[in-house]
Design a protein around this ligand. Structure first.
Ligand code: GLA
Length: 350
């Protein structure tokens, strides 16, 4: 859990934006809710010096000082590179400098690396991808610093089958998300079937959150967050945290909702029933209960039902509304609720 600069700031990001994000996380309740990593995405890089050492550009200045600042808040810091000569935005990549870059990140004090395929496409064949990712992983290990390794290659080559074997702690399963309901929902609902590949220490990553960026309405952002927690997805907020509204903050920090994502059993949820645009998803929890999402992908409100026989659950079972923190009572065989257009009911059944 954490934050990443890309979805809101893209290439405009500066060190001041990263510090402001850390200040916000440390003071607005996000840190207490579990958000830890403050991740710089693309566009921090400058040129290499005469010894080939990567330097930040003028928007970033002293990277060690930035890392110290983030650590001083009790948070961790992430950085970004590409195995290719250039990153996706055309900045300096790590091609031919893998060992040197890993050492540099460790010296600066980084705790997380997102490694984005981008121009590696021009210098490698797709079937070399496993070796290319392993090369950077081995370089990171040799630094002696624990560094989370985030694979970003858009799901090519069924990465979920080999991501963990090259040391990936998370791997993107899709092309990029954007701040629209249609794109978010295609990505999220397409994750069904990948659940067996995720587990503690190595997760499917359906891309970062757009909650609070303004392109979806309240119900749609509840759907985004509900789906991501049922998917046991990495939760990297992608909005401008220095300007977060109370509504956005309440979506990002709802404790019962986050507890679904972070549940100790570490199982990714899946679709258990579908009737056209009405989908029911469930995730088994460590306490024997299930988190269940009733998702209405249609264009108008609709009644929806979860049948307990689709879960391995004794009936009657108790139902709790996780967004509202409200016990809804005991139900036999099924639970029904009206779900708004593009909205979600997120409940726990036990
Ligand atoms: C790719 C990645 C994004 C982001 C950009 C940066 O598109 O998928 O998440 O990192 O590159 O250029």
């Amino acid at each position: 859990m954490g934050w990443n600069s890309w979805n809101h700031f893209a290439c405009k990001v500066t060190a001041a934006d990263v510090r402001a994000a850390a200040d916000a996380i440390a003071s607005n309740g996000m840190k207490d809710a579990g958000y830890v990593y403050v991740n710089i995405d693309d566009c921090w890089q400058g040129v290499r010096d005469s010894q080939g050492r990567i330097q930040p550009n003028e928007k970033f200045g002293d990277m060690k000082a930035l890392a110290d600042y983030i650590h001083g808040k009790g948070l961790k810091i992430g950085i970004y590179s590409s195995p290719g000569p250039k990153t996706c935005a055309g900045y300096e990549g790590s091609y031919g400098h893998e060992e040197q870059d890993a050492k540099q990140y460790a010296e600066w004090g980084f705790d997380y690396l997102k490694y984005d395929w981008c121009s590696a496409e021009k210098v490698y064949q797709r079937d070399q991808m496993i070796d290319v990712y392993k090369k950077m992983h081995d370089a990171l290990v040799r630094t002696g610093r624990p560094i989370v390794f985030s694979l970003c290659q858009y799901g090519y080559g069924r990465v979920w089958r080999w991501g963990a074997s090259v040391g990936g702690n998370l791997w993107r399963t899709t092309e990029d998300i954007n701040d629209h309901y249609d794109r978010m929902s295609v990505i999220g609902f397409d994750q069904d079937g990948l659940e067996s590949f995720a587990g503690p220490g190595h997760w499917n990553d359906p891309d970062m959150l757009e909650v609070g960026n303004g392109g979806m309405n309240h119900d749609e952002y509840l759907t985004h967050m509900s789906l991501w927690v049922l998917l046991t997805a990495p939760l990297l907020a992608g909005n401008d945290l220095s300007k977060t509204t109370p509504d956005t903050l309440s979506i990002l920090t709802n404790r019962e909702v986050i507890a679904v994502d972070q549940d100790a059993k570490g199982v990714q949820g899946r679709r258990i029933a579908q009737e056209g645009p009405l989908e029911v998803w469930a995730k088994p929890l460590a306490d024997g209960g299930f988190a269940v999402g009733l998702f209405n992908r249609s264009e108008s409100a609709s009644p929806m039902t979860v049948n307990f026989k689709d879960l391995e659950l004794r009936s009657p079972a108790t139902v709790r509304d996780l967004w509202q923190h409200k016990d809804l009572g005991s139900f036999s065989r099924s639970y029904s609720v009206e779900v708004p257009r593009h909205g979600t009911a997120l409940i726990k059944i036990r």
